[in-house]
Design a protein around this ligand. Structure first.
Ligand code: ASP
Length: 326
């Protein structure tokens, strides 16, 4: 007897995948509906039954925490339905890694969740929306994709939302996983995984009341931005530090002031690959930062560390608990 066809919910949520060039301004703007995009994914009815939802048509630079949390709730409700086997979401690529990570950290489901988009609009030669959507649906119907958290699918590659970053502003394989590479591929409509990822934590957050600032270190930086952020009442600070996790000496005073005020400070590296560590003992070196109480963010990129810290703070975790989760 043939297996019953799986049902996948496709949630359209804007991005270049739903854009075309407006000839008057010669630039891409939202214009394609979910139905129009789905009609280009020819032959998909042989793989899955599709239920489409129009969540938004937003460009991803317009994404907010409020919308991310609303999207998370919407997807949780879909996943709770017995007749839905998996969910595919479209998203603009610019902030995709942030939403994907927030979904990963707030949804606790064994069913496949795949997020995709397009690097070329519907007006460009080689529009990659339909092929990315097809590969994402093939991933969502795969039993092997279960229990892996949120997956990001572009150009036939699968990356984990907890690791991936947009590494190229124009290439079709814009999404890469620093240090480790993709966790799998979609080859001939079949999904293959090469490795596991650790995906255990989820946070129960229904509202983001406190934001986290991200400060990128540069040579000769002082504490001006740190002090500004503390004064503005941010709930936490992520520093994209130098190399192994060091800062210019003039930033140390600002870091001390943040920690005195119990504002959690997480340090990651501004380098694309590698992890932070308390290797250096000079003024502003990682050892001094560790001793001051700065939390080390391992291999996370700054924008992802910010998402994690935002969720940690807004779910009421203590400084000590926040240290443990990083
Ligand atoms: N700027 C677009 C967006 O993030 C880029 C894309 O979707 O590829 O919405």
């Amino acid at each position: 007897m043939e297996d019953k066809m799986k049902k996948i919910a496709v949630v359209f949520n804007g991005g270049t995948i739903s854009m075309k060039v407006d000839e008057r301004i010669k630039a891409a703007v939202p214009s394609l509906t979910g139905e129009e995009i789905m009609s280009m994914v020819t032959g998909i009815e042989e793989f899955a039954e599709i239920e489409s939802y129009s969540f938004s048509s937003m460009p991803s630079p317009h994404m907010t925490f409020k919308t991310m949390i609303k999207l998370s709730k919407f997807i949780k409700e879909l996943l709770e339905r017995d007749d839905i086997d998996g969910v595919v979401i479209t998203h603009g690529t610019d902030t995709l890694e942030e939403t994907a990570y927030l979904l990963d950290l707030t949804i606790n489901s064994n069913k496949p969740i795949v997020i995709t988009g397009a690097m070329r609009s519907g007006s460009e030669l080689g529009y990659d929306g339909p092929s990315n959507l097809a590969a994402s649906i093939c991933t969502a119907i795969s039993d092997d994709a279960k229990g892996r958290g949120v997956l990001v699918c572009f150009n036939g590659e699968l990356n984990s939302a907890s690791e991936v970053t947009k590494a190229n502003s124009m290439a079709l394989n814009a999404f890469r996983t620093p240090n480790f590479g993709p966790i799998g591929i979609v080859d001939n409509n079949k999904v293959m995984f090469y490795r596991e990822t650790k995906n255990t934590e989820t946070y129960d957050v229904s509202d983001i009341k406190k934001d986290v600032a991200l400060i990128k270190c540069v040579a000769d930086m002082d504490s001006t931005l740190m002090d500004f952020v503390i004064e503005k009442g941010f709930g936490g600070i992520v520093i994209e530090g130098l190399g192994r996790g060091n800062v210019p000496p003039k930033m140390v005073e600002g870091i001390k002031r943040a920690i005195e005020k119990e504002v959690p400070v997480v340090i990651v590296s501004r380098c694309f690959e590698g992890r932070v560590h308390e290797s250096y003992g000079y003024e502003g070196g990682g050892k001094m930062l560790k001793d001051l109480g700065v939390i080390f963010g391992d291999t996370l990129a700054g924008q992802k560390a910010r998402i994690k810290l935002v969720l940690a703070i807004n779910s009421g975790l203590s400084y000590e608990k926040i240290r443990d989760i990083f």
